[in-house]
Design a binder for this molecule. Structure first.
Ligand code: PMV
Length: 314
């Protein structure tokens, strides 16, 4: 029997802007997908017992099988001849925008490696998970599988000319409590990304100015995180949300969650990920503040994940 885990992630700064080469910052969260793999005579059977959004696992079933085939090929195993039972679980819910697919790919790859006595470095596991991610996301940036594999805080800059992306681990003094509020709306990230691209083309001056501010925000965010100035991090997150509203990727439900979190004392709050639904991220250092903001959001009828950013692999 082989076992493995992969972290979920949240984007702290720069979603959408990263697609156009502006730096962004993502963090692994203290919630992970776990996998157990057992060799069998033949066939691949997946039992998906992950918690969270109803129907998430069913909707992704076909993509999941394709991703496992891609993964096996990347590990030099033949999907037609190997047999295994794959179990998936863990405390990472299937909310839109938490990197659940990448986390599960990393977990499964590690569990297969252990069961089949194959030795892979973390870098190799990351490459294998990137191959698997293509089944879910077509041409993914790679930030999700990197956070899922290594954990921690990640500075990410997409190389727009097809070369290597810049990926750098940032250090943070200690993990910090956050909450993720789920609008319950399953968002279409691809459509949101395309919409930004269109509007950027139509309003180059307006968008150029906003993108410049987003770039500055990423650098200021990096500095504030490294200095552990959490008030500053929160203020910059608020500013990031305003920019995301300006490029029209937020929505009513996200704005409601953001306002609610700020009113309850969150240091900062913003949408996270593709927008148009999906999730809100609030910075809530300390268990007490985290609980206060989380229960207010639950009382308003939304699902919440209480977790932390800055979690490193043990
Ligand atoms: O919704 P998520 O967590 O997969 O994030 C999407 C982030 C975007 O910047 C909107 C797209 C991307 O590929 O970076």
């Amino acid at each position: 029997m082989g076992k493995g885990s992969g972290f979920g992630k949240t984007i702290l700064f720069g979603e959408h802007f990263v697609v156009h080469g502006v730096p962004g910052i993502a963090s692994a969260v203290d919630s992970a997908a776990d996998s157990v793999v057992k060799k069998t005579a033949n066939g691949i059977k997946v039992t998906d017992e992950r918690t969270g959004a109803k129907g998430y696992a069913d909707k992704k079933k076909l993509q999941q099988l394709e991703s496992i085939e891609r993964m096996l090929k990347a590990m030099n195993l033949d999907p037609k001849t190997v047999g295994m039972d794959i179990w998936l679980g863990g405390n990472l819910p299937g909310f839109s925008g938490l990197g659940a697919s990448a986390a599960s790919s990393v977990a499964i790859a590690r569990a297969i490696a252990e069961e089949f006595e194959l030795t892979f470095s973390d870098e190799q596991i990351n490459d294998i998970a990137y191959e698997a991610e293509k089944a879910y996301a077509g041409n993914p940036s790679g930030i999700d599988n990197t956070a899922a594999t290594f954990g921690g805080l990640i500075w990410f800059e997409k190389n727009l000319t097809g070369g290597e992306n810049k990926i750098e681990q940032l250090s943070i003094r200690e993990p910090v409590e956050i909450i993720i509020g789920n609008t319950g709306i399953v968002a279409n990230t691809k459509a949101m990304v395309e919409g930004v691209g269109e509007r950027k083309k139509q309003n180059p001056e307006k968008y150029g100015a906003i993108f410049k501010q987003a770039e500055q925000l990423a650098y200021d965010g990096k500095k504030a995180l490294e200095e552990f100035d959490l008030r500053k991090v929160g203020a910059l997150m608020n500013e990031n949300h305003r920019l995301l509203q300006e490029i029209e990727v937020s929505c009513n439900e996200l704005d409601i969650l953001v306002d609610l979190a700020r009113k309850q004392g969150a240091f900062g709050a913003k949408m996270t990920g593709g927008g148009g639904g999906g999730c809100m991220l609030a910075l809530t250092p300390g268990k007490m503040l985290q609980e206060k903001v989380a229960s207010a959001i639950e009382n308003a009828g939304f699902e919440v994940l209480r977790t932390k950013i800055g979690i490193q692999k043990q």
